[in-house]
Write a protein that binds this ligand. Structure first.
Ligand code: AMP
Ligand code: MG
Length: 359
């Protein structure tokens, strides 16, 4: 299949530029498009065949449901059989924006789209290209992240081309995603709202609107041995992984640097180069290895925005292993560490607690 690539300037575009892509969505074809979180791989949410094509293009397990994207708050009632008042309050506060709500699904949403679940995930994106595309297509757009299953999500059209060129009909190149991490997912179907995936919208922000909100226990998992049931089916799969194994190093900044420098020196002596995921503030302290800066520690948002791009960047270097600093103390730390821990298969090293060890 030939993939059509359409460049659109997010700041200045006419809706007609999106007509070909909108037409494709109406015809059951697949269109990757930018959103403020990450790039999405869109298909008509009410068309089972289009949804099945999305799973096939991504190599995604069919029990891992898709998020349905809408352009108007009132469309919530078309997708959900019941819309609790809390959903409208959240929509008022955070839509359009990086928040996904889980609700009981209406009969019109095919089970292919929801991975066999009786609930549906709904989001209204704020990216102007995403919003205009959904509006113009006239359909609800099921869209998971536009990456090959298991790989880091895509935050630029170049990433989507790497993973999906030849497998989908259209890629809209609208530049880099502003936030760079997938949406916060909150499940409103139980007694207490549950955060299934942390994101840019924090638990505190949700609690301000909802009163009470809890994290699903799978979100707070720090080790592969903790047995937890994943409520968002996507959370049980390995995710975000660069090609080389990745280890997170936690501890006092100077000890982290000293430890990574000693590993880099040992590897160099064996003729191997390690990758180092550092920041603007720390990069100059590394004395070996291939150092990539993910962003600035003093500006949390740059680290979120740079994470997937940096993880993908290591794949082009041929490094044998990657060591990453930790971002647990970052204001977006819950969301960033959730992705980084998965990318690392939960391998954390604690050099300052004596011998480095796996937890
Ligand atoms: P992605 O679009 O790649 O960010 O993946 C969508 C995420 O939303 C996955 O982790 C899914 O498991 C989750 N998700 C989608 N629909 C539901 C649902 N009905 N209930 C729980 N999680 C969902
Ligand atoms: Mg994904």
């Amino acid at each position: 299949m030939k993939t059509e690539i359409i460049k659109v300037d997010r700041e200045h575009f006419e809706e007609e530029e999106l007509e070909f892509a909108a037409e494709c969505l109406r015809n059951g074809k697949l269109v990757a498009f930018p959103t403020e979180t990450v790039y999405g791989l869109g298909g008509n949410a009410f068309d089972s065949t289009a949804a099945a094509r999305i799973y096939a293009a991504k190599g995604r397990p069919s029990d891992n449901p898709l998020i349905v994207h809408i352009a108007r708050i009132k469309d919530l009632s078309e997708l959900a059989s019941e819309v609790p008042e809390s959903a409208y309050r959240l929509a008022e506060a955070f839509w359009p924006g990086p928040l996904t709500m889980i609700l009981k699904k209406s009969d019109r949403v095919p089970e292919t789209t929801t991975g066999g679940l009786d609930t549906v995930a709904v989001r209204m994106p704020s990216d102007p290209i995403a919003a205009a595309l959904i509006r113009r297509s006239g359909v609800f757009v099921a869209a998971p992240s536009a990456n090959k299953s298991g790989r880091p999500s895509t935050t630029k059209a170049e990433h989507v081309i790497e993973d999906l060129d030849g497998r989908i009909d259209v890629i809209i190149d609208g530049g880099a995603s502003a936030i760079g991490l997938e949406s916060t997912i909150v499940d409103l179907t139980g007694d207490v709202p549950l955060i299934l995936r942390p994101g840019y919208i924090s638990a505190e922000q949700l609690a301000d609107v909802l009163g009470e909100v809890r994290f699903d226990e799978a979100v707070l998992k720090r080790s592969p041995s903790e047995p937890v049931v994943a409520r968002a089916p996507g959370m049980k799969y390995r995710h975000y992984a660069p090609k080389a194994p990745l280890f997170i190093v936690e501890g006092k900044p100077e000890e982290v640097v000293r430890y990574i420098n000693s590993v880099a020196a040992k590897s160099a002596a064996e003729g191997k180069i390690i990758g180092i995921l550092a920041t603007e503030e720390t990069k100059r302290y590394y004395t070996g290895g291939m150092v990539f800066s993910v962003g600035e520690r003093k500006d949390a948002e740059t680290i979120a925005a740079g994470l997937f791009d940096t993880l993908r960047g290591f794949d082009e270097t041929g490094v044998s292993v990657i060591y990453s600093e930790s971002f647990a103390d970052n204001p977006l730390g819950t969301a960033i560490m959730n992705r980084l821990l998965k990318a690392a298969g939960y391998h954390i090293l604690h050099p300052d607690k004596g011998e480095a060890e796996y937890i």
